[in-house]
Design a protein around this ligand. Structure first.
Ligand SMILES: NC(=O)c1ccc[n+]([C@@H]2O[C@H](COP(=O)([O-])OP(=O)(O)OC[C@H]3O[C@@H](n4cnc5c(N)ncnc54)[C@H](OP(=O)(O)O)[C@@H]3O)[C@@H](O)[C@H]2O)c1
Length: 250
């Protein structure tokens, strides 16, 4: 059994790699921080291969896939991602293009290429890490929220196509709320509510992926937010997001 994990050097991705290894999966660990990936590799019980790639650039993503296209991968996890905080007219364009490259383009490419391969055997799992941020537009983190809407909607639509085609392949979107990782330091924010641990989110995500759940929402509060987002008019949801975002000291 083998799993592929981007964002394996930190946070949720690292804990998913740890949990999968404890379940007997060999791993392909992707990230830019080689030292952290080496530390992770040394603690895992199963065998693992490290691949360094900056996923913000399309050519790196294509090159990465070339290196693994002959591997027999059962689970592919697109976890790598980051956020940018601030009013849209003040935030850095290059950072945002990197965000779109990593959160959207890389995930899109890898989902397609893994799925094409999995279709041949009619088996496999793809887990795309989205966020509760995909439930409403997100003023003050506009690009990040929009990127996660793409992830959730792409994953759900592809999942529907697979169901209609009677495929056994599972494509799921993981939608966590706040999780205690390095995410906030990178985005330059602090949480306005108590975060879940990445160990809990990782285990919950993998267990539900393997059960075939298509939208995975860890934590009662986040499940409530999901229900509320379906009921509340988008303008009201967006105002609530804005109020919440202003509590995140940028
Ligand atoms: N923490 C939260 O509150 C939260 C909530 C909802 C969703 N999420 C999502 O969960 C996922 C994981 O984030 P996290 O919370 O675990 O944060 P984290 O601890 O900062 O981990 C982010 C991971 O993404 C990788 N990454 C970022 N930019 C990359 C790039 N250009 N190329 C390759 N890898 C890149 C990082 O690896 P390197 O630095 O080694 O490249 C790191 O392994 C993200 O998609 C995030 O949007 C997080």
């Amino acid at each position: 059994m083998k799993a592929f994990v981007t964002g394996a050097s930190s946070g949720i991705g690292r804990d998913m790699a740890r949990y999968l290894s404890s379940k007997g999966y060999d791993l392909i660990l992707v990230g830019r921080n080689n030292q952290k990936l080496l530390e992770l590799k040394s603690e895992l019980k199963t065998s693992s291969r490290i691949l360094n790639a900056d996923l913000s650039k399309t050519e790196n993503v294509m090159e990465l896939y070339k290196q693994i296209e002959n591997e027999d991968i059962d689970i592919a996890i697109n976890d790598a991602g980051f956020g940018v905080f601030g009013e849209f007219w003040k935030t850095d364009l290059d950072k945002e293009l990197g965000l779109i490259g990593t959160n959207i383009t890389a995930l899109h490419i890898l989902t397609k290429l893994f799925l094409k391969k999995m279709m041949k055997k009619n088996k496999g799992y793809i887990l795309n890490v989205s966020s509760v941020a995909s439930f409403a537009p997100g003023p003050l983190m506009a690009t990040y929220y929009a990127s996660k809407a793409y992830v959730t909607y792409l994953s759900r639509a592809v999942s529907k196509e697979l169901k209609k085609a009677n495929s056994k392949i599972v494509v799921s979107a993981l939608c966590p709320g706040p999780v205690a990782t390095n995410f906030n330091n990178v985005a330059g924010v602090s949480f306005s509510m108590k975060p879940l641990t990445s160990e809990y989110v990782a285990k919950y995500a993998i267990d539900n992926l393997l059960k075939g759940k298509r939208t995975i929402i860890p934590g009662k509060m986040n499940k409530c937010m999901h229900i509320a987002s379906k009921i509340a008019p988008s303008n009201i949801a967006m105002s609530a997001v804005y109020k919440n975002q202003t509590k995140k000291n940028a």
